[in-house]
Design a protein around this ligand. Sequence first.
Ligand code: FAD
Length: 397
Amino acid sequence: MALSQSYEVTVVGGGLGGITAALALRHKGLRVTVLEQAPELGEVGAGIQTAPNASRILIRLGLRRQLEAIRTEPQDQVRRRWQDGSIIGLTPLGRRVQEEFNAPYWHYHRADLHRTILDACTDPLGPGPAVRILTDSRVVDLDRTNPDRPTAVTQDGARHEADVLIGADGIHSQVRDLIGAEDTLVFSGDMAFRTLIPGDLVRADPATRFLFDRFQSTIWYGPGRHLVHYLIRGGESLNIVGCVPWRDEYGEKTAFAGTTEMLVDAYADWDDRAPAMLSKAKGEITCFPLFHRRRDPNWIDGRVALLGDACHAMLPYQAQGASQAMEDGAVLAEELGAVTRGGIDGALQRYVNRRAQHAGMVQQASFRNQTFYRHLDGPAQQDRDARLGELYDGESD
Ligand code: FAD
């Protein structure tokens, strides 16, 4: 029997961070309730990557078979030059990464990944008590009159008391505000376009067919902008993330619907293959301002702890935001699962000690890539490309 079986944990937020934490806590025998504001749990129609650090966690949570059914495995990560698409660097992934890190690098449709983790949370045959999921439950207040039993109050007045409360409620975290944590949110000056293109359209066009030669995760480096794409669902869709400077004419710094023209225009002076690929984006195109957080190790206040974007939101320039949130969940579960109720405070402190510095380093590295990917052509760009090229033996397409 797990030491912590009598614990109750409330997780506020059912995003990828919240549900991974819930599953990891379930594996330790804790009784977990997830409060999610949305009427249904799910994820947006876009891609996501898990590097070995996150894939390993999901596999340890017993999900290898389920993930193998939904993942696409890239063979390399390729860096291309904006002007002519030439390859300036290539990192082998696939088998090489598996051998080196003993865990895979995978791509998925976000909805597939979220559904897989959620199913494991609620599976009646899984280890420990099944996670209780309450939707339409927006947390609007915390009552900490009894500091050992933090209570989340939802918009309908319902009260949810537990031994520990985890704020996994994303970049604009309400829990963070309610515990009075510092406002560390910073606008990056960037906007991301996000869309999916049907793989058939990309494969049918000689200009873009090269993307299917072998499955790759691709980053185009260009002056002031970069562009990321990779295949998901075995090539059914090409996931596109274009990162460009925000323009004041976009108005309020909130998400809005973009157009194919906007996307193509943003890369019109690049290698023809980039706008040719982007012109096929006929589905939903979402544009959103990119925020991140300053490094801040204050993740706990009494029995309330923060996790994921609520405490270390980062630019998506290393594809690590959700992966770091998954690492949080795994470490939190290890610490809470190792103590009885009297040891909770120490366990939360060890969680922060083990995680905050590392997540902060990843935040900073993601921030640095905003410059690294986007040097203007000149000495800094030439130096970068030469260094990347040293790692690459020159095969090109
Ligand atoms: P969220 O996913 O934001 O979840 C928070 C949840 O809390 C939501 O469901 C929300 O509805 C709920 N909520 C909010 N407020 C309340 C409330 N008051 N009460 C109840 N519920 C509430 N990361 C990767 O690891 N790999 C990638 O490839 C990658 N690509 C990215 C590409 C782009 C363009 C962007 C923008 C990000 C990318 N990320 C990637 C980062 C990743 O998407 C985020 O870091 C991750 O989703 C954060 O997870 P989270 O659970 O902390 O927060």
